[in-house]
Design a protein around this ligand. Structure first.
Ligand code: NAP
Length: 270
């Protein structure tokens, strides 16, 4: 049901997955991931910084799915960046996830002093076959321009904030032109825009929720998208987005809504 996207190294990645950043410590992450698998999700986006890799790993084991059926992403956190620290942090992520490889390993944020050495560590991890793909997160054009002279491998993915309210077409075009797959985070803007009358009107037009319209917008940007939920009904709603298409006119209209609303830091500050 969920389309697969082929990355620049030939591997495939589901276009829609579960983001599992959890700002509330009491949420049952293992249960949410298990429900997601039951509903048909196969991509899970975690990070060392989310402190829930262990629960994600437990759900992977308990799901009954084979490891090859699951696509798990994790990320090196800022305090672990640098060549040797990243190699150590990666091993710890494998231990927490209880797996011997990850599908995608990302630099979580472009920490100025360490990002080049961190990328070299990711290249080593990739060369050793411990990550099926490597990429970056929160990279904008200047971060890539700095990376090119050092990089032997072009990142497979760039994960950054993407919604109609945080829509920077030049960043998308730059990645597309270089074969870097865009993965958009916070597609639902954490609910901040659920009552935007323009969005409500579109939701009524398509007979969908405002959240489903936002997910559909991301998919139609050719992005991979990772809405987060720990509720079974909302997990189900968030993948029930393949039975409608936003018209070219409505996409163009939504593309004018950019007001720089962000749930996370602006990468230009890094
Ligand atoms: N690389 C990075 O720096 C970075 C930064 C931010 C996020 N991310 C990744 O992107 C993922 C998604 O972003 P996000 O978690 O920040 O925000 P989001 O997915 O835009 O929004 C999540 C919020 O929306 C609620 N929600 C989900 N589906 C809903 C629905 N159908 N109806 C009503 N409410 C709904 C969730 O509550 P419930 O859980 O209660 O349903 C949660 O409060 C993260 O979990 C993380 O994996 C990466």
């Amino acid at each position: 049901m969920i389309p697969l996207i082929t990355l620049n190294n030939g591997i495939t990645m589901p276009q829609l997955g579960l983001g599992i950043y959890d700002p509330q410590p009491d949420q049952d992450i293992k249960q949410a991931v298990l429900w997601a698998f039951e509903l048909g999700y196969r991509l899970v986006d975690t990070a060392a910084a989310y402190k829930n890799e262990r629960e994600v790993g437990q759900a992977m084991r308990a799901s009954g799915l084979s490891r090859e059926e699951i696509f798990v992403t994790t990320k090196v956190q800022n305090g672990d960046q640098g060549f040797e620290p990243t190699l150590r942090a990666f091993e710890e992520s494998l231990r927490q996830l209880n797996t011997d490889y990850v599908d995608l390993y990302l630099i979580h944020w472009p920490v100025k002093e360490h990002r080049l050495a961190t990328w070299k560590a990711l290249e080593k991890i990739y060369a050793e076959g411990k990550a099926r793909a490597i990429g970056v997160s929160n990279y904008y054009i200047p971060h890539f321009e700095e990376l090119w002279p050092e990089a032997e491998i072009i990142p497979a993915v760039n994960q950054f904030e993407l919604s109609p309210y945080c829509y920077l077409p030049e960043q998308l075009a730059y990645c597309r032109q270089r074969g870097i797959q865009v993965e958009g985070y916070a597609p639902l803007v954490r609910g901040l825009k659920a009552n935007d009358p323009r969005l409500v009107q579109l939701a009524e037009k398509y007979g969908k929720s405002t959240f489903q319209v936002l997910i559909r917008w991301s998919l139609q940007q050719s992005a991979i998208t990772i809405p987060k939920s720990v509720s079974k009904s909302r997990l189900a709603a968030n993948i029930d987005v393949f039975d409608f298409t936003l018209s070219t006119e409505d996409m163009a209209e939504m593309n004018t809504w950019h007001d720089n609303t962000r749930v996370a830091d602006d990468p230009t500050e890094y």
